[in-house]
Design a protein around this ligand. Sequence first.
Ligand code: PLP
Length: 395
Amino acid sequence: MAAPFQATELIARHVSGIPRSGIREFFELVQSMPGVISLGIGEPDFVTPWHIREAAIYALERGKTSYTSNLGLLRLREAISGCVERKFGIAYDPKDQSLITVGVSEALDIALRAVVNPGDEVLYHEPCYVSYSPSIALTHGVAVPVACSAENGFALTAEAIDKAITPKSKILVVNFPTNPTGGTMTRTELLKIAELVLRHNLLVITDEIYAELTFEGEHVSLASLPGLRERTIFLHGFSKAYAMTGFRIGFACGPGELIEAMMRIHQYSMLCASIISQEAALEAIQNGEADTIEMREQYRLRRNFIVNAFNSMGLSCHLPRGSFYAFPCIKSTGLSSKDFAVNLLEQEKVACVPGNAFGPSGEGYLRCCFATGLDRIQIATERMAGFVERLARPA
Ligand SMILES: Cc1ncc(COP(=O)(O)O)c(C=O)c1O
């Protein structure tokens, strides 16, 4: 007789160990409730600007429905190289130092797969984007989170990284402005980290997806600092700056050898990014800057409002200097992040993500995405203020 079939036993150990995203789990609950105001999913509320959608439609009309080169359309790579040089001051050869990917998600995955050997330690700052730790686990690497605190505006300090470095440390992943905290870094702070990277011979993966959504100060990429370009994989995409999440398009730039290694994984898994999305991305990069600035200014108004509202209701909230996330501290209420978020949802129909979905150091915080209309943010914060007030009142 055949042995009983146990599908779960067939799942690879390193996959069964990966948790479901805390965000998705929470939002399945939200979907089932009518009348909820969501400050949850990290996605622009703006529809992709019309001229970018039109470029996609026009591509279809012209019958652009084929594969492209594995690296992506050369015209797009040329435009990307020009844009990265102008905005970030880093020059990449479009012929062999850039690769078009299916969002930053794929770029991050193949960057890690290209460089991590089993047991290599990958450092990253936490709280951080939910996919970093699982993506590292999928490469059989060891995830080493370095906690950042509100006291430092969620910036990463060279001292904290230094303490976490061991002989097995190989890669440092950074994301500024940061999802979920809105933390940013000054040039001086980054220079200290650059010195450490060089001293310990690390490779950097920098996720620049919120770079254009920087509200104050200059945005500096680690890749642009002396000696770092040669040891950095620069990831960026169109999802946030151009409100193009559904197009699933991003890119990686870096030393030719590393881009070639990433391309080999990409060609056997994705083959190439969608040609329609590539055509739309070309339009975005060539003619979309004004749209990005307009959206950023809307986010800035909303940020100012929401941060002020949190501080007024007694939830201390640092000013996010980039991204579209506020990260108020809820420790004063005595509730855990999850209990706060669940009770707020049930009692007030406002959805926010518990801070610990972004790693244990996010416990005691809540991620509130302000990429939603000011009128809705206003109602949501009024409801939250009522909720916090009730918590403070003795029963
Ligand atoms: C920090 C960060 N990196 C990457 C991504 C994924 O971006 P994409 O839509 O380009 O795959 C996100 C999405 O929320 C993000 O916040």
